[in-house]
Design a protein around this ligand. Structure first.
Ligand code: V47
Length: 357
């Protein structure tokens, strides 16, 4: 541990073995102190947030991921499948509002194709011309390419022409082929997930990366995941933020595994901050963690709280998150930062500070 402490102190990179040692043995308080020092070095005392909404076009999904509480079959009770008009009606609600980002992610619909998604992005762009569109996970993009029989590069180019500006971090789960075969057998491979993000970065489209943790994965799996992300970031520099997503157990086929403790969540947050020395931001995604845990995470390496959300996402409520209608006011976000002796900074989707006049 002393050798690791010295490395952190001197801003040196941790090896995969050292990361594993942290997962196996490092106590929470010590991790917290080190991760906070690193977050201060990278982001000062800033706590970033934005004013955002999600649009979830459908929960009908061709995949059968064991951890998913959200997917439904076509026609099944509880399924939804928005038309473009439905989606545009949602977007229109925000005309004249102060949101700066729309985040669009849904299930992999078995019968929708690229022109539908091009129309979606183009329509939302027309309705909200100044709002940043962050849309479609690597999984959705990969499927669009497969369905159209074209390369992912072309999908990205076409969507970018219609207004796509960045891509969210979902679908990464754990970047280990063996584990994916167990928990998300229909999803794109780890290698393909990385390939989609590599191509996005090559085209100047920045992205986020997630890790779905706290289920059947081992510490070795987490280290493999983090290592693969760090390598890609060395290559491209295109990731803005990393987002650990705690596995939530309600209404899915992994429920019997249960959920890991708050201590484990915070240890993981801190270790991610220590190992991922090249991804600038670490997000405490409060609709999944809960507000209290997200606030605590700010003292364990996290510097970003995502945004106001406006009750527009259902993924986590369906998986057992306490907050079934997640929304935060800007005042609430500011108070959460202040109470941690930190400074809330409103940001745009690329982490530039925004000053409202
Ligand atoms: O990929 C699904 C996860 C992800 C469960 O980029 C679950 O800013 C926990 O990626 N328990 C989608 N997690 C959400 C996502 C995301 C969210 C917020 C911000 C950003 C961003 C990205 O949700 C999926 C999967 O890893 N997920 N089911 C569950 N039961």
């Amino acid at each position: 541990m002393e050798a690791i402490r010295q490395k952190i102190l001197h801003g040196e990179r941790l090896s995969a073995d050292e990361c594993l040692t942290l997962y196996r043995t490092a106590p929470l308080p010590e991790l917290g102190v080190m991760a906070f020092a690193v977050r201060e070095r990278l982001n000062g005392r800033n706590v970033y947030f934005n004013r955002n909404v999600h649009i979830e076009p459908t929960n009908i999904c061709a995949n059968h991921c064991l951890f998913c509480s959200y997917r439904r079959e076509e026609g099944e009770e509880g399924s939804w499948d928005f038309s473009l008009d439905d989606i545009f009606a949602i977007a229109r609600r925000y005309v004249g509002s102060d949101i700066t980002e729309v985040h669009i992610v849904g299930g992999v619909h078995p019968h929708k194709a690229l022109p539908f998604y091009e129309g979606m992005v183009g329509g939302v762009r027309d309705i909200l011309p100044a709002v940043h569109i962050k849309a479609f996970t690597a999984e959705e993009l990969w499927r669009m390419a497969q369905q159209a029989g074209i390369a992912v590069a072309e999908v990205l180019t076409r969507l970018r022409q219609r207004g796509l500006q960045s891509i969210p971090g979902g679908g990464a789960e754990i970047l280990s082929e063996a584990l994916r075969a167990r928990i998300c057998p229909d999803k794109l491979s780890a290698e393909h997930w990385l390939e989609v993000h590599r191509e996005a970065h090559r085209q100047g489209i920045s992205s986020n990366a997630t890790m779905l943790d706290g289920h059947v994965e081992t510490s070795e799996h987490r280290v493999e995941h983090l290592q693969r992300l760090r390598s890609l970031q060395d290559e491209t520099g295109g990731f803005n933020a990393f987002i650990p997503l705690k596995y939530r157990k309600a209404h899915n086929r992994l429920s019997e595994v249960g959920e890991v403790s708050a201590t484990e969540d915070l240890r993981n947050m801190a270790i991610c901050r220590l190992f991922l020395d090249n991804i600038p931001h670490l997000k405490a995604y409060w609709p999944m963690f809960g507000k209290d845990m997200a606030q605590l995470a700010l003292s364990f390496g996290a510097d970003d709280m995502d945004g106001t959300i406006d009750s527009s996402t259902q993924i986590y409520a369906m998986a057992g998150a306490e907050d079934t209608s997640p929304r935060m006011t800007v005042d609430e976000l500011r108070q959460m930062a202040q109470a941690s002796n930190l400074v809330a900074v409103e940001r745009d989707s690329l982490y530039h500070a925004i000053q409202h006049l």
